[in-house]
Ligand binder design. Structure first.
Ligand code: CA
Length: 202
């Protein structure tokens, strides 16, 4: 890889990096516990486990629904676990990003105010980065969190990790800037080569 390619890799990394604020306490569960977070686990349990998208620690929510007898036979009543944090959204933040995934018969939800009216639904079985738009909440206090609800009996989990704010604007804008930068670099590379060819012919 030449110096020019290394330079462009650096530009790419800088553009894609998500600066983290200190406003989310223990956002990656790096303390190994729920310091900074509030838990509601009246129908299940929550724990911090080894692993996660950073290979260190992540939260695991385990809702535990149950069968309740009724005139029509047993009915499944879903479990419920919530892990959240009260936050003041930074004035220049664009999104909260977080990584989450599910295992078993379970669905996760996330929102900035009321997870029962979810903005994001978590159904991926592999680690996925989700985003919540915080533009209209800048400077205000919100309750950000993830809810886990199971849909059948069994070992059902929602995993949650690496919550952070980002000030990077809309992805399409971001991508266009990136493509423009790459295009400009390629044009320049091509003109440099032409110059070299011309000069070698003189
Ligand atoms: Ca983590």
């Amino acid at each position: 890889m030449g110096l020019r390619q290394i330079a462009w890799m650096g530009v790419l990394v800088a553009l894609l990096a998500c600066p983290a604020w200190a406003d989310i306490i223990n956002g990656s569960f790096e303390t190994g516990d729920f310091t900074g977070w509030v838990i509601d686990d009246w129908m299940g349990s929550a724990s911090v486990i080894d692993g996660g998208t950073d290979g260190i620690k992540a939260a695991r929510l385990k809702p535990e629904g149950r069968l309740v007898s009724s005139d029509d036979g047993p009915v499944f009543v879903h479990g419920f676990v919530f892990v959240g944090q009260e936050l003041v959204v930074p004035a220049d933040a664009c999104y909260i990003l977080f990584d989450a995934w599910v295992e078993g018969n379970v669905i996760g939800y996330s929102d900035l105010v009321d997870p029962n009216l979810p903005e994001v639904t978590i159904t991926s079985f592999s680690p996925t980065t989700y985003s919540l738009n915080v533009w209209s909440w800048r400077g205000e206090e919100v309750l950000f969190g993830v809810v886990a609800r199971d849909t059948a009996l069994g070992d059902n989990y929602v995993y949650f990790d690496n919550a952070r704010f980002t000030n990077i604007p809309e992805l399409p804008t971001h991508s266009m800037l990136l493509l423009s930068a790459i295009a400009a670099g390629l044009v320049r590379l091509a003109s440099d080569r032409r110059l070299r060819v011309v000069s070698s012919q003189i």
